[in-house]
Design a protein around this ligand. Structure first.
Ligand SMILES: Cc1cc2nc3c(=O)[nH]c(=O)nc-3n(C[C@H](O)[C@H](O)[C@H](O)COP(=O)(O)OP(=O)(O)OC[C@H]3O[C@@H](n4cnc5c(N)ncnc54)[C@H](O)[C@@H]3O)c2cc1C
Length: 484
């Protein structure tokens, strides 16, 4: 049996491990942290459960397809519930509620802008066509050549790669609140809507067409499911095992070193952040220079707070977006002129609203996220200053006082992303999917300098997010399987 070593245990690493073990490879995973899951680990405190990273379960078809590839279903491992409402957006003078089907969403759009529901249905029809092309044709290609992007369907839509999602939305809708609502889904791709090609409107279909789901017990249930599947298939896990070196002999990968010990293998796949993975190689085997990494556009980092409240809160849903300040200004402070945001937009997740297992009875588990530029200075004083800003705005917009109900607050920011995940500049979601950083223009799945060395995860193909990470793991395993 050929041996494969996988570095890291995030979604992409777990995905590739399952595919390769299923194909008969002897797969061993080395993870630096105490538990598997990477950015999707969980925090347990005083009876509260918090997903540390991802909280939006979008594109349920991709998760289902992953488990189907092994003759399984998601329901074999976890219970999935469709959220209704999917989420709520707080603006300074109104609240928009996104329901669980197009009829409810159209009704809400009509309330804000007369006639907008017709435009919305057309926009979502087009977004659905893009989703089918993106998911079934484009995203499943390994990004080895520009020709991969050339299909009958993409040629017919070539203009959508050169127009932006902002342009497309503004052509159809005038109300700034509806514009922000429709620009929100592409933020998952890590770039400004004014820099994201309109072809990516498929994210709007993922949002309004496919809906927002919640695995009972939190997103970590997916990690537990994938680990359990991997173990069934024979994958061996070593946690608390930071890889210190990727070993190369005569241009061919030969294994890794961890804790001073050498482990040999025919293949190595790194699911750790790409920049860090390359630093594990002797200099002459690195593909990308420091200048290359410096020039790239990264998806944001985040300031995160995990808060236990000793009472049930009012006027909130499972997912809540606070878009009550200037969207453009905050985006500029992330991408154009990196600095701590003057008036931050933020997101709050209360899984305990729909899932009683996430908090003790009559309590609420709150996860607050402020997107910020990667690489910013991160100090306890700044974290505390922003916590006060966010809680004050939260209380004001939801019409309640929560400060006295706080049992504890834990925070996570740039320094933790670097320390816990070896993340480049403390990025949270990897490299943004702009036109110049799409498909073959992203860091490669396959090393051009070392034979049998591969990379997977949110910094390579296809990009940031949980569903793309599952796909990235499959793409890299396909490359190895094709080779043999
Ligand atoms: C706060 C936050 C919110 C998010 N929200 C969402 C969301 O709602 N929905 C969504 O779809 N996506 C979301 N994402 C993005 C999603 O979580 C990521 O795209 C995905 O989890 C990345 O998986 P990965 O396999 O690429 O890498 P990671 O999860 O980063 O895994 C890499 C692993 O490598 C390990 N590692 C690093 N160096 C070494 C070493 N030297 N040796 C051994 N191991 C090493 C790390 O410890 C880590 O476990 C969010 C991310 C964050 C951070």
């Amino acid at each position: 049996m050929k041996k494969v070593i996988v570095i890291g245990s995030g979604f992409s690493s777990l995905s590739t491990s399952c595919y390769l073990a299923n194909a008969g490879y002897d797969v061993t995973v080395f993870e630096k942290n105490e538990t598997v899951g990477g950015r999707a680990r969980q925090l347990h405190k005083e009876g509260f459960t918090f997903d540390i990273g991802p909280s939006w379960y979008w594109m349920p078809d991709i998760f289902e397809k992953f488990f189907n590839d092994f003759g399984k279903k998601t329901s074999d491992y976890y219970q999935l519930d469709k959220l209704d409402p999917a989420y709520k957006i707080f603006f300074s003078d109104d609240v928009i509620t996104i329901g669980d089907c197009m009829d409810k969403i159209c009704e809400e759009f009509e309330r804000i802008e007369t006639g907008s529901s017709q435009h919305l249905r057309k926009f979502i029809e087009k977004a659905q066509e893009n989703y089918d092309i993106a998911i079934n044709k484009v995203v499943l290609r390994p990004g080895l050549s520009p020709l991969e992007l050339v299909t009958k369907e993409t040629v017919l839509r070539v203009d959508q790669f050169f127009k932006t999602i902002s342009h497309e939305v503004r052509k159809r809708f005038k109300n700034p609140k509806l514009i922000s609502t429709l620009e929100f889904p592409v933020l998952f791709l890590g770039a400004k809507p004014s820099k994201t090609p309109s072809f990516y409107s498929f994210m709007n279909f993922a949002d309004f067409g496919l809906g927002t789901w919640h695995p009972k017990g939190g997103m970590y249930e997916i990690i537990k499911a994938m680990k359990s599947l991997a173990e069934e298939l024979g994958v061996v896990f070593h946690t608390n095992s930071p890889v210190e070196e990727i070993l190369v002999e005569n241009g061919i990968v030969s294994g890794i070193k961890t804790g001073g010990k050498t482990f040999t293998s025919e293949y190595v796949i790194s699911g750790a952040d790409y920049h860090h993975s390359e630093t594990l190689l002797p200099f002459q085997y690195r593909q990308y220079s420091e200048t290359y990494w410096e020039k790239k556009t990264y998806a944001p980092s985040s300031l995160l707070f995990y808060v236990g409240f000793n009472k049930k809160l009012k006027n909130i849903e499972h997912h809540n977006l606070f878009f009550d300040t200037d969207f453009e200004r905050h985006a500029e402070e992330i991408y154009d002129n990196p600095q701590w945001p003057s008036k931050p937009l933020f997101y709050v997740n209360f899984p305990s609203v729909t899932d009683a297992s996430m908090a003790p009875t009559d309590c609420e588990a709150g996860f607050f996220l402020v997107p910020i530029a990667p690489g910013l200075e991160d100090t306890p004083e700044l974290r505390s200053q922003y916590f006060d800003i966010v809680i004050d705005r939260f209380d004001k917009r939801t019409g309640q006082s929560t400060k006295d109900a706080i049992l504890f607050t834990e925070s996570f920011c740039v320094n933790d992303f670097v320390e816990q995940y070896n993340s480049y500049k403390g990025n949270a979601y990897g490299m943004a999917n702009t036109l110049r950083q799409t498909a073959f223009l992203r860091p490669n799945l396959k090393s051009s300098k070392v034979r049998n060395l591969f990379f997977t995860g949110q910094l390579t193909v296809p990009g940031p997010g949980v569903p793309p990470s599952l796909i990235s793991g499959k793409l890299v395993s396909d490359l190895i399987l094709q080779k043999t």
